[in-house]
Design a protein around this ligand. Sequence first.
Ligand SMILES: [Fe+2]
Length: 429
Amino acid sequence: MPMYHSLGLIPHKRHTQFRRPDGKLFSEQLMGSKGFSGMSSLLYHHNPPTMVQRIGDVRDMTVQLAPREPLRHHHLLTRPVKAMGDPIEAREVLLWNTDVNMGICRPARPMDYFYRNGMGDELYFIHQGTGRFETVFGTLPYREGDYVILPRGTTYKVVADKGEQRWLVIESVSQIETPRRYRNPYGQQMEHSPFCERDFRRPEKLETHVEKGEYEVRVKARDELTSYHFDFHPLDVVGWDGYLYPWIFNIEDFEPITGRIHQPPPVHQNFEGHNFVVCSFCPRKYDYHPLSIPVPYNHSNIDSDEIIYYVNGNFMSRRGIDVASFTVHPQGIPHGPHPGTVEASLGKESTEELAVMLDTFQPLHMTAAALKYDDQGYPTSWREHGHGKPAKLAETKNGGRNGAHSRGGVKSPGKNRLAPGRKGATTRK
Ligand SMILES: [Fe+2]
């Protein structure tokens, strides 16, 4: 989202003397992406961001992948998940590949440290809860339906309000941005875009902290979370400007594109990164051709995996899907409306469904943590007589269902470039 923004105090010229009230120089920091060629911002700190007191604990951030199994559809039921841990500890990756991963987070207690992801951009979808992201660029209050985009390198703390919190979390090795086809060469959203700049919420309040004390910043990089300790508050920026900063888009601000006949998923696209897209399925009028069929046709996503997270409303084409469920439809096998849903949709004029979809162009692997949410009956749920009978799954020849998951000839439940928050395989009961 390339839009210039500035908050607080900055000098008239970059890289020139800019002094604190006590006469000492502020410390200028460039936060740049793609070397020095991508979007960047210049920040002015009270203290040099390099002035670490000591480097502390290192936590393992690898995620265990699920054992190899036959190719099949999955339905993950995460509604019953109990809240636990702080907003970083509570993150649980369910699906992973080398481009992107997706998981859930239901925090129960506040963070007593700051966090910085040095491995990837982050996108939180706030399914339930309110609160604020306190970042080095300023504060961003959040509410239900918000997509919160945090560029890598952003130092922040999530301060959740009281009440239920339920978030979807996506981490991307590449930059998360709006679809390029909706932007003109100047970066402006064009008229056919389902949203525009007025819908983007940027940091509006910069709180500059000059307190001294003990502060910890946990930095995620190289599959590890390393504690950095400072004797000053890390949110000590007096001003900044540039194009790189966290921002928010609320799913209710997505204006659905509809037509006389069924519109394909690209009309729902909201974000993209390298080898993936994120789509928003929002309440909308159905197709208005007199013989239109509102629910989607059977389709084979032959070169992409398709994950849908169900937020609210009645998803017309599926049976047995709960709020906070994921459906996982991998490439190679077709999927489509459940029996009876096509007929039931005829004549319907609108839908209240709300869902978030992640499509990836490289296979997504299930993590070991995802298995405990898996609905074994889902692969055969398209049979006329319903849903819920566990599929009879064949053994794989190489290692069987309990064999190690092999990726590119390396036989191990692998190392994760983007695994958040927990040691080894995670458990949630
Ligand atoms: Fe689909």
